[in-house]
Design a protein around this ligand. Structure first.
Ligand code: ZN
Length: 277
């Protein structure tokens, strides 16, 4: 199996968020020759949307995704409307940044709820409503299925099959999937569901590794090569469908990578991308 091209690496800015603010992350990408970036809303807000867009363009970086929209379910109608309003703003910001897609972490159970089917219905309805706007302005939405351990509090869409079902139901014009190997590597249906998604729905490919054991549900993601995911096989599976986009490294690592110098993290991402993706 062949190695990836170095220029296919993209940096999700969460990977060095403890070391650097967004302007320093953009400078770091330029310094290391990293060609893609996927920034988070709070970092963009801190730098200022126009300034973030200006710096990204000045360095000719491709915005492989904007993190993130979603969090649709709420306990009442006012909460659901507030979420929709915020998602429309996220679409506008993604447009201003020239992002390839707005990544959706769809949300879990409203506070106090035990109704996961209801939460999933709210997610479907929320995406359906947001699509009326995002299609009009031309910003693709990428549903990111999250590992089932996040079903309660982050995302009640937990498999590629569920994401594909939503694309079937809502129509895949302007709607697709962000495949993050960390969330879906364990799924016996994954190869079939990648094939089902096809080139049209595969909007983003996120990489890191699953550490065994994992010591924190959120903040113990591994660097590529340090865990148990056959990342290269998954890259080949998406490429077999025609995916030729970026490989976005996204690592939340409170006790390891967030404690190392940013330049060391970026150099390691580049080296491990070539060796393991
Ligand atoms: Zn991801």
């Amino acid at each position: 199996m062949s190695a990836p091209r170095p220029e296919q690496l993209s940096l999700n800015t969460a990977t060095v968020r403890q070391q650097w603010k967004l302007d320093a992350i953009i400078d770091g990408c330029a310094r290391h020759g990293i060609r893609g970036i996927s920034p988070w809303r709070d970092q963009v807000a801190e730098l200022g949307l126009a300034e973030a867009a200006r710096r990204i363009r000045a360095n000719d970086l491709t915005v492989t995704g904007y993190c993130r929209g979603g969090m649709f379910p709420a306990a009442d109608a006012a909460g659901r409307q507030a979420a929709l309003d915020d998602n429309r703003r996220a679409v506008d910001e993604a447009l201003a940044l020239g992002a390839k897609c707005l990544v959706l972490v769809v949300g879990g159970l409203p506070a106090g709820s035990r109704d996961i089917a209801g939460a999933r219905a709210q997610v479907r309805d929320g995406i359906g409503t947001l699509l009326q706007y995002s299609r009009e302005v031309g910003m693709p939405l990428a549903i990111e299925p999250l590992h089932p351990m996040y079903a309660a509090d982050r995302a009640c869409v937990n498999t590629m099959a569920h994401a594909n079902d939503l694309c079937d139901e809502l129509g895949d014009d302007g709607l697709g999937i962000a495949l993050d190997v960390y969330h879906v590597w364990w799924d016996p249906q994954l190869p079939a569901q990648i094939e089902r998604a096809g080139r049209r729905r595969l909007l983003a490919f996120h990489i890191c590794d699953w550490l065994a054991p994992t010591t924190d549900l959120l903040l113990d993601r591994g660097m590529m090569g340090d865990g148990v995911i056959d990342i290269r096989a998954l890259r080949h599976a998406v490429e077999a469908q025609g995916y030729d986009g970026f490989h976005e490294v996204e690592i939340f690592s409170a006790n390891n990578w967030w404690k190392r110098p940013g330049d060391e993290v970026l150099a390691t991402c580049q080296e491990r991308h070539l060796a393991h993706c």
